[in-house]
Design a protein around this ligand. Structure first.
Ligand code: FMN
Length: 279
């Protein structure tokens, strides 16, 4: 077993590192390149039913493009995370059905984008969130993940409870740690009083182990990855480093994380996940 392997939402993955939805994950060539260079899960760019030309950050070729690629890669044993955007509950359900039928392991509902906030506003109330997730849950059998908006009107406790009750296994959360965070990597000791250090950490603390947390944002090095694990993340997504550096960024961060774990005498990620402690 690899030192950085994990079980996420019940799915065994050889690495906790994966790409974030969007960068290098929209076109067939990019997706095949990511798949070839890194053994971990592969996250597709968010897609809707027919594709979008705007907004620019959600340009995509529509769900059939991704479903076709999923069928090919799943048949070779790749674990795929499909990502959904939509302007209505019905659109989320249609995309979820198509990706689920294509064999994706995990469906990530991208509820973090302004496009979704502006149309469905799923985080405007607990009822809206429950309604959307309930419909997707009824339509798709695979593991569900929700990408939580950076500034959610619902607090972490309410959100964690709702996701858990709705049958969601994974929360994809912001790794928005303070820039001046003082943390001792060897012991996990954090300077200052007990507090939520990031959205990912808040959701980890509030979910009481019922949700697996994936942290996204600012993961550029093995040390960033190690600290995100210490603050509760089971897996990590990499965006900007992929844009800057190319597909090789995933393997580099995985190797750096592995080396840091070895240096600290850790044999598995379970020894560090959530182990940040206040002095
Ligand atoms: C060019 C670009 C496109 C993106 N497209 C998507 C997307 O389709 N779906 C999504 O959930 N997030 C999307 N994101 C957000 C990333 O998944 C990630 O949350 C963000 O880049 C923060 O991670 P980073 O600090 O590693 O870049 C996109 C980001 C960038 C830079």
């Amino acid at each position: 077993m690899e030192r950085t392997s994990i079980v996420l939402g019940g799915i065994a993955l050889p690495s906790s590192i994966m790409n974030a939805s969007g960068p290098r994950s929209a076109e067939r060539g990019e997706i095949y390149e990511l798949s070839a260079v890194h053994a971990g899960a592969l996250v597709f760019k968010s897609c809707n039913v027919a594709g979008l030309e705007a907004p620019d950050n959600l340009k995509n070729r529509g769900v059939e493009h991704f479903a076709a690629i999923a069928r090919e890669l799943v048949s070779r044993g790749k674990k795929i995370v499909g990502s959904i955007v939509g302007a209505s509950e019905e659109e989320f359900v249609e995309v979820a059905r198509a990706l689920d039928r294509a064999g994706v392991a995990i469906l990530e509902l991208n509820l973090a984008d302004d496009y979704v906030a502006g149309s469905l506003a799923p985080f405007a109330s607990a009822d809206r969130l429950k309604s959307l997730i309930g419909k997707v849950r009824a339509a798709a059998g695979c593991v569900l993940a929700v990408k939580v908006p950076p500034k959610s009107p619902l607090d972490a406790r309410v959100t964690a409870g709702l996701l858990k009750d709705a049958g969601v296994a994974i929360a994809v959360c912001q790794n928005d740690l303070p820039k001046d965070l003082e943390i001792d990597v060897a012991s996990g000791a954090v300077k200052g009083g007990a507090r939520a250090l990031s959205q990912a950490h808040a959701m980890y603390r509030e979910s009481g182990g019922a949700l697996d947390i994936v942290a996204v944002g600012g993961i550029n090095t093995g040390r960033d990855a190690y600290i995100a694990h210490l603050t509760g993340a089971k897996a990590l997504q990499v965006g900007s480093a992929l844009i800057k550096e190319g597909a090789g960024a995933l393997g580099r961060i995985d190797r750096e994380l592995d080396a840091l774990m070895a240096e600290q005498g850790k044999h598995s990620l379970s020894e560090i996940i959530g182990k940040a402690a206040f002095a």
